[in-house]
Structure formats: structure tokens, C-alpha cells
Ligand binder design. Structure first.
Ligand code: NAD
Length: 269
């Protein structure tokens, strides 16, 4: 039977992409949109979810609280404090949760992940298959090129993005740092200006570009003397993230409580 998936942040960019992904999943009988949730007091409350998302009328009235929603798994691409509260709600009510929100500070991340003690929770800074494949390629590159290279990460996103560097860029930095036995908190350099001094080998540099409607681009460069390896991912549609999140929701349903990520879903570990 198709699992019932609720989407919160339904009025947002990812909310609409998730509506499209769930329509495709419904056609194959894997999952279906069972509730659409928006921020409390939104003018969208009561409107037809399919009409708002542009996927065709579906008779599902938009609501503004989880208490009014019927679902097996919640998909949440909203904001850090909202996701923390939603994860606690799912843990208390025996529901699975897929979280794509980024921009958690370290304390918020611990708080959000604590729900995984009681319920299955899948958190990923990027739900696209390509980026998760890139994580494995980055591990290989870091292992082979090791301490002989300078590593720099450049990311670009649309003008509306509110956090920087992107959660995906940070995850890429974590994969590389972990493979090389470095602590990202200690070696990360977030932008450079003025008299910075020469580059130290163990640092991992981040640079951020914002503008237009760029969905998401990431390049990790490994600079050696005489050659350079670049691993690049370019997303051209939010459906890449939405399809991954829906796949994660179907995979999560019925699992034991625990903290999973997209590499678990794709069996890339
Ligand atoms: P957006 O601003 O378009 O959408 C967020 C939506 O959440 C808004 O419509 C807002 O009204 C809604 N919201 C706020 N509080 C709420 C509440 N209490 N209940 C219900 N809805 C509420 O942003 P977006 O581009 O859709 O991105 C959302 C988040 O997802 C960001 O953190 C972004 O970085 C992240 N993101 C992650 C991935 C990934 O693959 N993990 C991909 C894209 C975006």
C-alpha cells in the first residue's frame, strides 16, 4: 500500500517540488501526499493543495498544524527551529521524519537529531542522488590525493538562500576532513580578505556565490603541483532533491528508530 506522506513548508520552493515528486510517486503506487502543511496563519490554509502546487486539484485542504495531518512519514524542508519542533512531534507520535532543512547551528543539530532515539529520522543536507554519489567520489579523491593537495570548495545558489556556506558544501567539507583525519571546525576557512598570509596545507577553504535562480552548484578542487582534480555537481531542478526525499520517506517507513542519511537510503555506505 502507498505510504501516506505529509509535506510541511508546502508553500515554499521545495514544498511545491515535493508535491510534484509525490504526484509521480502516486502514479507508481509507492507514496501519496496525505497532508499539506504551511506556517500558522498562512493565507493558504483551506486552499486545495494540488491547485496551489500546480499539480491539479486533489481535494486535500491545506492545514497549518501537524495535529490536523494524517501521515506515516513527514517531509520537512522549512527552517531549523521548525524542524526541531516537528522532529520532537514525530518522536512523540511514532511517525517517521525526513528533514532537508539546512542552517542548523551545532546545538540545534544535536537537538533535532535527538528525536532519532525514538523514531526513524533521515536527515541530509542534500537529497539528490548525484550529490550523494559525489560524497563517495570525494572520499576516494581525499584518500588518494591526501596531504599532497590544497582543498577548496566553491558553491553557488539562488539569491533567496539565507544560509552560507550551503549545508551541502559543509557536508562535502566534513567528508573530506573526516577522510583525512582533520577536524573541520579547526581547519575550515570561510572566505578570505586582506592580509591573509600564505595558505596552510591542512586548511579547507569555502567560497560562496549568490545570485539569480541557480538551484545549486558545488565544486571541490584538489590542487596539486602540476595538476588539479575537480569534482562538480550541478542541480538544474529542485525535483532532484524532492524525488530523493520521497524515496527516503518510502525507505524510512517501518524502519527501527535511528538517525539515517541519504547515503543509507542509496546503499552508498
Ligand atoms: P522557502 O523559503 O521557499 O520555503 C520554506 C517554507 O517553510 C516557507 O514557505 C515558509 O512559509 C515555511 N514555513 C516556515 N515556518 C513554518 C511552519 N512552522 N510550518 C510550516 N511551514 C513553515 O525555502 P526552500 O528553498 O523551499 O528551502 C527550505 C529549506 O530546505 C532551506 O533550509 C534550504 O536550504 C533547504 N534545502 C535543502 C535541500 C536538500 O536537499 N536537503 C534542497 C533544497 C533546499
Amino acid at each position: 500500500m502507498a505510504i501516506k506522506v505529509a509535506v510541511t513548508g508546502f508553500g515554499g520552493r521545495m514544498g511545491r517540488a515535493l508535491a510534484e515528486a509525490l504526484k509521480l510517486a502516486q502514479q507508481s503506487g509507492k507514496a501519496q501526499l496525505s497532508a499539506a502543511i504551511v506556517r500558522p496563519g498562512s493565507s493558504l490554509v483551506g486552499a486545495d493543495a494540488g491547485e496551489v502546487a500546480g499539480t491539479g486539484r486533489n481535494g486535500l485542504a491545506i492545514v497549518d498544524s501537524l495535529e490536523q495531518a494524517d501521515f506515516d512519514v513527514l517531509i520537512d524542508f522549512t527552517a531549523p527551529q521548525v524542524s526541531i519542533d516537528n522532529a520532537a512531534y514525530c518522536a512523540a507520535n511514532g511517525k517517521g521524519i525526513v528533514i532537508g532543512t539546512t542552517g542548523f547551528d551545532p546545538e540545534q543539530k544535536v537537538q533535532m537529531l535527538s528525536a532519532a532515539d525514538k523514531t526513524p529520522l533521515c536527515f541530509a543536507s542534500n537529497f539528490s542522488t548525484g550529490v550523494n554519489l559525489c560524497f563517495n567520489l570525494l572520499e576516494t579523491a581525499a584518500r588518494v590525493l591526501g596531504d599532497e593537495v590544497d582543498i577548496e570548495i566553491v558553491e553557488a545558489h539562488h539569491r533567496h538562500k539565507v544560509d552560507a556556506p550551503s549545508g551541502t558544501a559543509l557536508s562535502m567539507g566534513e567528508v573530506v576532513a573526516e577522510t583525512l583525519g582533520r577536524d573541520l571546525q579547526k581547519v575550515a576557512v570561510y572566505g578570505r580578505e586582506g592580509q591573509t598570509g600564505a595558505r596552510e596545507r591542512e586548511t579547507i577553504g569555502f567560497a560562496t556565490v549568490r545570485g539569480g535562480d541557480v538551484v545549486g552548484e558545488h565544486t571541490v578542487s584538489f590542487f596539486a603541483d602540476g595538476e588539479r582534480v575537480e569534482i562538480t555537481h550541478k542541480a538544474s531542478s529542485r525535483l532532484a532533491f524532492a524525488n530523493g526525499a520521497v524515496r527516503a520517506a518510502a525507505w524510512l517507513n517501518g524502519r527501527a528508530a535511528g538517525h539515517y542519511d541519504m547515503r543509507d537510503v542509496l546503499a552508498l555506505k
